[in-house]
Design a protein around this ligand. Sequence first.
Ligand SMILES: Nc1ncnc2c1ncn2[C@@H]1O[C@H](COP(=O)(O)OP(=O)(O)OP(=O)(O)O)[C@@H](O)[C@H]1O
Length: 233
Amino acid sequence: MAAFSGRDLRKIYITGETEVHALRGVDFAIHQGEVLVLLGPSGSGKSTFLNIIGGLDRPTSGQLYYDEIELTALDERSLTRFRRAQIGFIFQFYNLIPSLTAEENVRLVTDISDNPMSAAEALELVGLADRRSHFPAQLSGGEQQRVAVARAIAKQPGVLLCDEPTGALDSATGVKVLETLESANAKLDTTLIIITHNAGIAAMADRVFHFLDGQIARIETNSQRISPAEISW
Ligand SMILES: Nc1ncnc2c1ncn2[C@@H]1O[C@H](COP(=O)(O)OP(=O)(O)OP(=O)(O)O)[C@@H](O)[C@H]1O
């Protein structure tokens, strides 16, 4: 089953007199439950692609589907509803609220979701049950990112979209974060899409989209996935 499929997606940013063609006709299908890594040089369109499939931004032209829903045909309110229900985002910087504990940060999401797990359960899944009353400043970078993962998975989204989730972390800590993402994929059947500049991470994916100049230049299929602990950085 396709989680997402897209046809001839294009994105043009216009700033003053300058036009940037960030996506130049992208066709793709992303399978429900797969682990997908997006690689490519800076400026090749990865974040633009991620933001569009996550409903944070819209393409200039082309069609995009999530399952049977045509996202490109939705009005703002419906697109926001889709995003809230189905998409968990994880960014390079954790965006936690400093004055709230780990558990309260996760509750911000569970309080407004239709079908959430409890904040305690989400923190348990990322291995932070014993840190639930800690504030972000009392947690390491990797632990803060795992709270961000707990916050993203707590609403049980269909898809986790991660833009450089280990970009600010050392390798040992990065492995731990990737392990929590992988376990969300395995336990909750969440489609997992990760942008990274670290080509080693591609080995944990089912498939890799290689972006170049606003297009998917090549799709690589891994015959075998390796676990994050075996990745060489
Ligand atoms: N909001 C925007 N307004 C104007 N141009 C933009 C905007 N966002 C991205 N771009 C441009 O679109 C192109 C693609 O950017 P994008 O962020 O998608 O690339 P990327 O592959 O994610 O890069 P990086 O690996 O550096 O994050 C770049 O040339 C960028 O400058």
